[in-house]
Design a binder for this molecule. Structure first.
Ligand code: B12
Ligand code: SF4
Ligand code: SF4
Length: 393
């Protein structure tokens, strides 16, 4: 039987893993187990790191940059620092899982009758994939220590995963605000284990963006008011996933055929040249999600939507919001033959779908839209959809 971890690590402070040799430290054992579980990066930080993150979060919220993600504001107190969420936490185990694409992630942007689904959503929901493994790793840590407590987090809890991962040396927050790794580029999912055990921290990673501005320049909707700052209200990821109402007019054309999330700022990062395709089969792109046909997606009813996206993060937005996004892409397709899909959906039961269908029809077949307008304006029960009809004039 192996000796349990000391509750307080006895390791002398050192630098990176490579300088530690093969010593069977608690950290090395945890890291080895993390790799066995499929994680690609595993590093450690103290729970009181990155004190500036709280003030930056509050400033971001004060600016209203979170849009209608009210849960970000409501949880801000606990999100601001690990110890505010869990005062007993002493150490953080920060994990990264590589989900690098095995081809050009932006290839489908040039196929106007197809949709672009962001890389992270082309297969299983990463929350489901990662959470179980975090629990297994936390169980391993506690059983080896024979004491202590641990909590696991991936995305949904009020934890600022990016600055904490930077503090542990997983990577740095690039100008696009996501964590960039010298080894995996932009393509790491993050997860965290907070524990009452004291583990030896790794050194933080430094910023390697230099004078590069590729991600800022690539953003279709100018969502970066400044480097390292994102106005979520302008971000296609927010607009297509988090935003519940009609998509503001000024962004519709710029969205192109991105129907769920956006990868443009991630994909152009030069550090991706060191990235490799992820090794997790559950996250590798499903063939049918590579560049799905807009016509087929526009024909999904609720049960077909649920069946197609079972186990996928896309199921979160529900059929109606998803169809809203598909109709924006149809409106941007410049393919008049897709107007029939929009025309059919102007009679949909959901106002959010009808409104987007009116916009798409107005773009693809303005004469047809003008002919339908008087009758539809007279019978349309929803004020926002009537406004869409007026805007087609
Ligand atoms: C809310 C949220 C969103 C929002 C807001 C995004 C954002 N940048 O905050 C929206 C819906 C737009 C979004 C989009 C995406 N998201 Co998201 N999201 C989150 C979530 C839940 C919280 C992030 C957060 O705390 N935001 C609050 C603000 C204040 O944080 P911030 O932008 O990082 O702000 C910091 C900087 O501005 C910085 N700062 C300010 N000034 C300065 C100056 C300097 C010099 C520096 C260095 C820093 C700095 O300080 C702030 C605090 O640290 C995290 C999961 C989690 N719990 O952490 C996932 C998370 C960030 N998302 C993730 C992903 C994958 C995405 C998308 C790529 C998905 C997609 N393909 O569509 C896009 C990327 C868009 C982008 N460029 O950021 C991953 C990112 C992984 C990684 N490697 O970083 C996370 C970590 C989820 C996960 N567990 O893996 N997301
Ligand atoms: S995800 Fe897309 S829209 Fe959002 S900031 Fe990046 S490039 Fe801009
Ligand atoms: S594209 Fe350039 S500026 Fe943006 S995160 Fe990558 S290195 Fe930094």
């Amino acid at each position: 039987m192996q000796a349990p971890f000391p509750i307080v690590s006895t390791m002398a402070p050192t630098g990176r893993e490579s300088r530690r040799g093969a010593a069977a430290t608690p950290e090395a054992e945890i890291r080895a187990r993390a790799f066995e579980l499929g994680f690609d990066v595993c590093r450690f930080a103290r729970a009181d790191v990155a004190p500036e993150q709280g003030e930056r979060l509050h400033a971001w919220l004060r600016d209203g940059a979170h849009g209608d993600m009210d849960w970000m504001r409501e949880t801000a107190g606990r999100r601001a620092a690990p110890c505010a969420l869990w005062p007993e936490a002493a150490s953080l185990v920060m994990l990264g899982l590589n989900y690098g694409p095995d081809g050009d992630p932006l290839a489908s942007l040039t196929k106007p009758d197809c949709a672009t689904i962001s890389v992270y959503a082309r297969n299983r929901d990463y929350h489901d994939v990662i959470k179980g493994r975090l629990k297994q790793l936390a169980g391993f840590i506690l059983s080896r220590a024979g004491a202590g407590d641990a909590k696991v987090f991936v995305d949904t809890a009020p934890v600022m995963e990016k600055p904490l991962a930077q503090a542990a040396g997983v990577g740095w927050q690039g100008k696009h605000t996501n964590l960039v790794s010298r080894e995996f580029g932009s393509w790491l999912f993050l997860g965290a284990i907070f524990t009452t055990l004291r583990l030896e921290p790794d050194p933080p990673e430094h910023d390697h963006c230099g004078s590069c501005t590729k991600c800022l320049d690539a953003c279709p909707t100018a969502a970066f008011p400044a480097p390292y700052q994102l106005d979520a209200r302008r971000c296609i990821s927010y607009l297509t996933i988090e935003h519940k109402g009609p998509i503001p007019l000024e962004f519709r054309a710029k969205i192109g055929n991105r129907i769920y999330g956006c990868d443009d700022c991630l994909a152009v990062c030069p550090w991706n040249k060191y990235a490799s395709a992820g090794r997790e089969a559950k996250l590798a792109a499903r063939a049918e999600f590579g560049s799905p046909s807009l016509v087929q997606l526009a024909r999904l009813d609720d049960s077909a939507f649920r069946a197609l996206f079972a186990g996928s993060p896309i199921k979160r937005v529900g059929r109606d919001r998803f169809l809203r996004n598909v109709l924006i892409a149809i409106g941007n397709s410049a393919r008049p033959e897709l107007a029939a899909e929009a025309e059919r959906l102007i009679a949909d039961a959901a106002a959010i779908v009808r409104g987007a269908a009116v916009w798409a029809l107005g773009r693809l077949a303005p004469t047809q839209a003008a002919e339908l307008r008087p009758d539809r304006l007279a019978t349309e029960p929803d004020a926002a959809v009537r406004q869409e009809w007026r805007q087609t004039a």
